[in-house]
Design a protein around this ligand. Structure first.
Ligand code: ATP
Length: 608
C-alpha cells in the first residue's frame, strides 16, 4: 500500500473514531456521578478555550499568557448582564462574547505589532490588569467575593441542568474543533503558519502578518469569551480566583503538552491536565506540578504529545493527516497550460525591468553604487560577481525587502517601489539564497500559499468550509499540482516540506514563487546544493519559463550554468556594475576574470 492510500485510509478512519468517541462522551452525561461529570464539563470548557489558544499559539505563533483575562471578560459580562440587568442567558452570552472579542481585538493590535518577547509580556500584563480590575472594581464585579446566583440557561420551558450544560459544551467543543480544522485547511490557516514561520518569505508572496494574526486573536477571543460564559452560567458563581495568572499558564500548558498546532492537541492536553492533579491529589501543589510538566514537555517532547505522534506517523509510516485531499481535477499534465495563460496575461512589451543609479549602503559600507542596467522582457538575465559584490543586496532592493537610498526602478515602464509584499503584488516574485519554505506546511500547501492574495478567501466561508470554498480550494490545489508538475516534482506532495531533500526544496520554492503569477522571477542561487541532474532539470525549467514569456533575473555562481542559460549577464564587483552584455563575451572579459580571481592570481596565471 503506498503512502497516499495509507494516508487516505488513515484520514477516513479519523471521523469514525471521532463519532465513537463523541457517543461515549455524550453517554457519560447519564452514566457518571456529579463529581466526574464536573470534571468532564471542565475538560469541555478547556477544550473550547484551548482550541482558540491553539489557533493563536500553534498557527500564529503568538503565545498569549493572559488568556484567562479574556475568559473573565466573557464570564463577568454575561454574569453582570443576567444578574444585574435581567437579560436571559442567550443575550447575556452574546454580550459576553462581544466584550471578549472587543477586548481581544484591542489587545491584538499592540501585541502583533510588538512581536518577539514583548508580545508575551503584553499578554501577561493584560491578564494581571484584568485580575486586579476584578478585585478592585467591586461595585461592578463584586470584588474578591465575585458574583453568585448566575442563572442557568432556559430554552422554551426547558431548564438546563449540569447534564444538559455538559452536552451543550460537548457540542460547542466539537464545533470549535471543526472550525479550527477548517481554518487550518484554508488560505487563512496557511497564511497564519506562513507568517509565523517566516515573515519575509510570506511577505514575498504578498502575505502581510497583521491580517491572519489579528484573525487568530479574534477567533481565540470569541472562543475564550464563549467558554467563560458557559462556565459562569453552569457554576452559578464566579470570582477573581478563577482567572488569575495560574489559569492563563494552565491554558498555555494544555496547548503545549497536547501539541501546539495539532488538531487534537488541546483535547489531549485538557484531559491530562484536568485529571492529573485529581489523580495525584495535588490540588495544593498544582502550580508546582504544572512547572514540572512544562519542564518535562519542553525538554523531552518539544512538539507535545500529538506533534510527536504526527511526526512519528509521517516518518515511520509515511502517514500524514493530510490537510488537503488527494484527488486531481484533471489528469496530471506537465504542459502547464493553465500557468502559461496566467503568465502571458501579465507580460508587458517594454523592457521588463530597468534600474537607474541605484545606491544602497549599510553604515559605512557601500553595498551598491550607481547600479544601472536594463533587463529585457522574456529573457534570463544573470547577476554574477565575487562573494560580497552586492548581488543579493540588489535582489533585495528590486523585490522591496530593502529600500534603495537613491536611484529609480521601472517595471514595464512604470515606477517600481514599495515593500516586499506590495512589490509581489506588482508581479515580481522571488526565491531566497537559503531555502525559506514553510516547513510545517505540506509541499502542496507551500505552493498554494503563493496564491493566497489573488484567491481572496472570505473568513466566514473558510471557517464554515462552504461549497463555494471547497470549489475554490479544489481549484487552488489543482493549480498548485500543475506548478509542481511543471517543475517536475515527483515526490509525495502531502508530506511536510521539512522532509524534502535540499534540491527539491529549492525547486518547490520556485513553484511557490510562480504561484503568485509573476511577470519577473528573481532567483538567488537556485542551483546551490543541487546535484548535476537537478541542475540540468533546473536549466530545462528556466528555459521553459522564458519560453512562456517570463523574465528571470538569476544570481548564480555555477559559471557554466550561467553561460548555458543566460541571454545577458551583468557583472558586479564591490557594488559597482563592471559590465553588462552577452554571457560568452562578458564572462571571458579580463576585467571580469580579474574581479573573480583577484589581480595577483591573474598575474600569476599569465606568468605560468
Ligand atoms: N543586512 C545587511 N547588513 C549589513 N551588511 C550587509 C547586509 N546585507 C549585505 N551586507 C553587506 O553588503 C555586501 C554585499 O553583500 P551581498 O550579500 O549583497 O553580496 P553577494 O554578492 O550576494 O555575495 P554572495 O555571493 O556571497 O551571496 C557585503 O559586504 C555584505 O556583508
Amino acid at each position: 500500500m503506498n503512502g497516499i492510500n495509507k494516508s487516505r485510509i488513515f484520514r477516513r478512519s479519523v471521523p469514525v473514531g471521532g463519532i465513537v468517541a463523541a457517543a461515549a462522551l455524550v453517554s457519560a452525561a447519564w452514566t457518571t456521578d456529579t463529581y466526574m461529570l464536573n470534571l468532564f464539563f471542565t475538560i469541555g470548557i478547556y477544550v473550547i478555550t484551548c482550541v482558540g489558544m491553539n489557533i493563536l499559539v500553534g498557527y500564529c505563533g503568538i503565545v498569549s499568557i493572559g488568556h484567562a483575562g479574556l475568559m473573565a471578560a466573557g464570564a463577568y459580562t454575561s454574569a453582570i448582564a443576567s444578574t444585574q440587568y435581567g437579560l436571559n442567558f442567550w443575550l447575556s452570552a452574546l454580550a459576553g462574547i462581544a466584550v471578549s472579542l472587543l477586548i481581544g481585538s484591542i489587545i491584538a493590535i499592540p501585541t502583533i505589532k510588538a512581536g518577539g518577547v514583548y508580545l508575551s509580556m503584553i499578554t501577561i500584563a493584560f491578564g494581571v490588569v484584568v485580575h486586579e480590575a476584578l478585585i478592585r472594581w467591586d461595585v461592578v464585579t463584586g470584588g474578591p467575593l465575585g458574583i453568585s446566583g448566575i442563572p442557568k440557561p432556559k430554552l422554551g420551558g426547558y431548564d438546563f441542568d449540569l447534564q444538559s450544560m455538559y452536552v451543550l459544551v460537548l457540542v460547542i467543543a466539537a464545533a470549535s474543533l471543526v472550525l479550527a480544522y477548517n481554518i487550518r485547511r484554508s488560505a487563512w490557516g496557511r497564511s497564519m503558519i506562513a507568517t509565523k514561520e517566516n515573515e519575509i518569505a510570506a511577505a514575498s508572496l504578498g502575505i502581510r502578518k497583521f491580517k491572519p494574526q489579528f484573525v487568530g486573536f479574534a477567533v481565540s477571543s470569541v472562543l475564550a469569551g464563549l467558554a467563560g460564559t458557559l462556565y459562569a452560567h453552569t457554576n452559578s458563581f464566579i470570582s477573581p480566583d478563577t482567572y488569575h495568572f495560574q489559569a492563563s499558564v494552565q491554558l498555555v500548558l494544555i496547548v503545549i503538552l497536547g501539541g501546539s498546532g495539532t488538531l487534537l492537541g488541546p483535547v489531549i492536553g485538557a484531559i491530562i491536565l484536568v485529571f492529573l492533579p485529581e489523580l495525584l491529589e495535588m490540588e495544593k501543589l498544582r502550580m508546582a506540578l504544572y512547572g514540572g510538566i512544562m519542564f518535562a514537555v519542553l525538554y523531552f517532547l518539544p512538539k507535545g504529545i500529538m506533534g510527536t505522534l504526527n511526526d512519528w506517523l509521517e516518518a515511520r509510516l509515511g502517514l500524514k493527516l493530510a490537510t488537503q485531499e488527494d484527488g486531481r481535477l484533471i489528469n496530471a499534465t506537465s504542459d502547464g497550460t493553465l500557468f502559461e495563460q496566467e503568465i502571458k496575461s501579465r507580460i508587458g512589451k517594454a523592457a521588463a525591468l530597468r534600474l537607474d543609479n541605484i545606491h544602497k549602503s549599510f553604515g559605512g559600507l557601500k553595498a551598491l553604487s550607481d547600479v544601472s542596467f536594463a533587463v529585457t522582457a522574456g529573457t534570463i538575465h544573470s547577476l554574477v560577481g565575487p562573494n560580497g559584490a552586492g548581488k543579493t543586496t540588489l535582489l533585495n532592493v528590486i523585490s522591496g525587502l530593502y529600500a534603495a537610498e537613491s536611484g529609480t526602478m521601472e517595471l514595464h515602464g512604470t515606477s517600481l517601489s514599495g515593500s516586499l509584499s506590495s512589490v509581489s503584488g506588482l508581479g515580481i516574485a522571488r526565491t531566497f539564497q537559503h531555502s525559506r519554505l514553510f516547513k510545517e506546511l505540506t509541499v502542496l500547501e507551500n505552493v498554494m500559499t503563493g496564491m493566497t492574495v489573488k484567491a481572496k478567501t472570505g473568513l466566514g466561508a473558510a471557517m464554515l468550509r462552504t461549497p463555494g470554498q471547497r470549489r475554490k480550494e479544489k481549484l487552488l490545489r489543482e493549480k498548485a499540482h500543475l506548478l509542481l508538475d511543471l517543475i517536475g516534482f515527483e515526490g509525495n506532495r502531502h508530506m511536510s516540506a521539512s522532509q524534502l531533500p535540499y534540491g527539491h526544496q529549492r525547486m518547490v520554492e520556485i513553484a511557490r514563487a510562480l504561484a503568485t503569477g509573476p511577470s519577473v522571477l528573481l532567483l538567488d542561487e537556485p542551483a546551490a546544493g543541487m546535484t548535476a541532474a537537478e541542475i540540468k532539470q533546473l536549466e530545462d525549467l528556466l528555459k521553459q519559463l522564458v519560453h512562456y514569456g517570463l523574465t528571470i533575473v538569476l544570481i548564480e555562481h555555477h559559471m557554466d550554468f550561467v553561460q548555458r542559460v543566460s541571454d545577458a549577464v551583468t557583472v558586479l564587483d564591490f557594488g559597482r556594475v563592471i559590465g553588462t552584455g552577452k554571457p560568452e563575451e562578458l564572462l571571458n572579459d579580463p576585467r571580469v576574470i580579474q574581479a573573480y580571481l583577484g589581480k595577483e592570481e591573474v598575474a600569476a596565471d599569465a606568468e605560468r
